[in-house]
Design a protein around this ligand. Structure first.
Ligand code: IFM
Length: 445
């Protein structure tokens, strides 16, 4: 297999997306920037966490990673070469505010100004994520996401970034995947700060929702043009069998994973069925809370199949995925993308939807031949087009990711890029999937 698509098929797929559709790719600061301590940057929780022996699969860190910080212009050229009309990146909070609050690091801002200006010069629309998991270590030492003050710290940071970049950036994503920040950081403990305590995870999730609201208000106060969104990782939860017990298990899995954030963001408070299950560890209610979203971002990778597990807190457990898997061990399930888009559209009616991430890890080599990813993209873009046909207000699709990069606790063992990165030489090679994306995006624009 070469992954080459017949041109008529590719044009037919591109033709299913409306004029103005946003063709994007996405990255995050800690995963690609490197330069962890250069030009006045403060430490983030990932800088510190990666030093703990045994927590990162290959023992490495994002200290250097793709060295995007120094190779910015080359990477912007790559983006333009790929035909992208938009780029979603994140600001490293500790690069602009080394202590998380107070003292501003001007060289840090200069980097993001150069990034935004470089995008605009190339006709690429910036979508800026304010928080993609790299909390300043100085704030962690003041309690991090468990601290009652963190919504205010986040709002101050958001206000500052928007004051600097808001004349050139309209589209803001407050938080990336708050569910992961809360539950990987504080329940499974595979992310910093490595805590394993459900009650803490729920407090963190609560503070993240409050931070989103405070951040959204700060963004709008700093720029009347701003459009505010959030990126949620959502997956359909399917029952392992037709039994009533497994049906209930799937409802709880959906409640804990999807509705836990969707319901409050759309003004409904926490889902009562899940609150009851959490019992004494449930957070306080979110009455009167609303996410006030101009758009909702969905990060989609796979679905979950679950069965009843009566002895567990939430009453469900996941089954091992089956069928074709990505290197993450995630089932390749494009129908789930259409399903989740349609479900969110019907149940919550967001003004606009974006796929803020979707992509796959495969064991790619330096030749950049990745037919499996081409197939993955083709099937997932088709699913997105199906959702548009169904009436979903889907405005754009950001492929995860522009570059191979540091996959958090899995280190450099997983490659998601449209572009292969040799981590020793930093050389970039466009993969077949990158060429497929270029043809699709160019035909679609
Ligand atoms: O690499 C991550 C990204 O940072 C957040 N969403 C999922 C991706 C793949 O695991």
């Amino acid at each position: 297999m070469t992954g080459a698509q017949p041109l008529p098929a590719l044009h037919a797929l591109a033709g299913r997306f409306p004029t103005g559709f946003v063709w994007g790719t996405a990255t995050a600061a800690y995963q690609i920037e490197g330069a962890w301590n250069e030009d006045g940057k403060g430490e983030s929780i990932w800088d510190v966490f990666c030093r703990i022996p045994g927590v990162i699969e290959d023992g490495r860190s994002g200290a250097e990673t793709c060295d995007h910080y120094h190779l910015l212009d080359d990477d912007l050229d790559l983006l333009a070469d790929l035909g992208a009309s938009a780029y979603r990146f994140s600001v490293a909070w500790s690069r602009v505010l080394p202590e998380g609050r107070g003292r501003i690091n001007e060289p840090g801002f200069a980097f993001y100004e150069r990034l935004v200006d470089g995008l605009l010069q190339r006709g690429i629309r910036p979508f800026v994520t304010l928080y993609h998991w790299d909390l300043p270590q100085a704030l962690q030492e003041r309690g991090g996401w468990l601290a009652d003050d963190i919504p205010a710290w986040f709002a101050d940071y958001a206000s500052l970034v928007v004051a600097r970049l808001g004349d050139r950036v309209r589209d803001w994503v407050t938080l990336n995947e708050p569910q992961v920040t809360a539950f990987a950081g504080y329940q499974s403990g595979v992310h910093p700060p490595g805590v394993k305590d459900t009650a803490s995870a729920l407090i963190v999730a609560h503070h993240l929702l409050l931070a989103h609201r405070a951040g959204a208000a700060a963004i709008r106060a700093a720029s009347s043009e701003a459009r505010v969104g959030i990126a949620l990782n959502l997956s359909p939860a399917h029952p392992a069998s037709a039994s009533a017990e497994d049906g209930e298990a799937a409802r709880m899995a959906d409640g804990a994973g999807n509705r836990w954030f969707l319901d409050p963001l759309f003004g409904r408070g926490y889902p009562q069925d899940v609150v009851e299950r959490y019992g004494e560890v449930a957070p306080p209610p979110l009455e009167g809370y609303d996410g006030a979203l101009d758009f909702l971002g969905i990060n989609y990778y796979t679905r979950n199949i679950v069965r009843a597990a009566p002895g567990t807190k939430l009453g469900f457990e996941p089954l091992p995925p089956e069928g074709a898997l990505t290197e993450m061990g995630w089932e390749i399930y494009p129908d789930g993308l259409r399903e989740i888009l349609l479900r969110v559209h019907r149940d919550y009616a967001p003004r606009e939807l974006f796929i803020t991430e979707s992509g796959a890890a495969f064991p790619d080599g330096p030749d950049g031949d990745d037919p499996a990813r081409v197939e993955y993209l083709e099937s997932h873009f088709s699913a997105a087009a199906d959702a548009i046909d169904d009436g979903v207000r889907l405005r754009g699709y950001f492929v995860w990711s522009l570059l191979d990069n540091f996959e958090w606790h899995l280190g450099f063992t997983k490659r998601f890029g449209l572009v292969y990165v040799d981590y020793e030489t930093k050389q970039r090679t466009i993969k077949s999937s990158g060429r497929f994306y270029r043809q699709l995006a160019t035909a679609g624009r």
